[in-house]
Design a binder for this molecule. Structure first.
Ligand SMILES: [Zn+2]
Ligand SMILES: [Zn+2]
Length: 141
């Protein structure tokens, strides 16, 4: 292969003005269902922020700013319920919002963390897992 010096390529037809010449349908950034869930979640959190104002961590009286799910979204069989149920959400301060996850031994007796099988604080049960994970759940201590 030999390298030749060539004139750089030049555009002959100018680009048209007025927007992209690519005609594509933009991809929706989030699904409609997810957008709806986010709106509902924002409304629930806003409501809770007015009723449960203060961080429930021991000896903390700071304003709760971060929503925390007691039946966590990672453990809940019904994530939508976990995210929207007012009984499942407390507002925690900027310093402690991660503490229930870090210090479960403290958080559990305070009712700030629940095991997946305990379900939501409102009484909503943990639903049976789909068949492909039953074996895994049964092996848990
Ligand atoms: Zn706090
Ligand atoms: Zn609930």
């Amino acid at each position: 292969m030999t390298l030749e010096r060539r004139e750089p390529l030049r555009r002959k037809t100018p680009l048209k003005h007025g927007g992209s010449q690519l005609k594509r349908t933009p991809i929706r950034k989030i699904s409609k269902a997810r957008a709806k869930l986010q709106r509902q979640r924002a409304a629930v959190v806003a409501q809770i922020a007015t009723s449960k104002k203060f961080c429930p961590w021991p000896d903390c009286r700071r304003l709760g700013t971060q929503p925390h799910e007691i039946w966590t979204r990672a453990r809940a069989s019904d994530i939508e319920h976990a995210l929207l149920c007012p009984d499942n959400i407390v507002m925690m301060c900027d310093e402690h919002y991660n503490f229930p996850h870090l210090y479960e031994d403290v958080a559990k007796p305070l009712g700030l963390i629940r095991n997946s099988w305990e379900g939501c604080p409102c009484g909503f049960p943990n639903l049976p897992p789909p068949p492909n994970v039953i074996g895994r759940i049964e092996r848990l201590p």
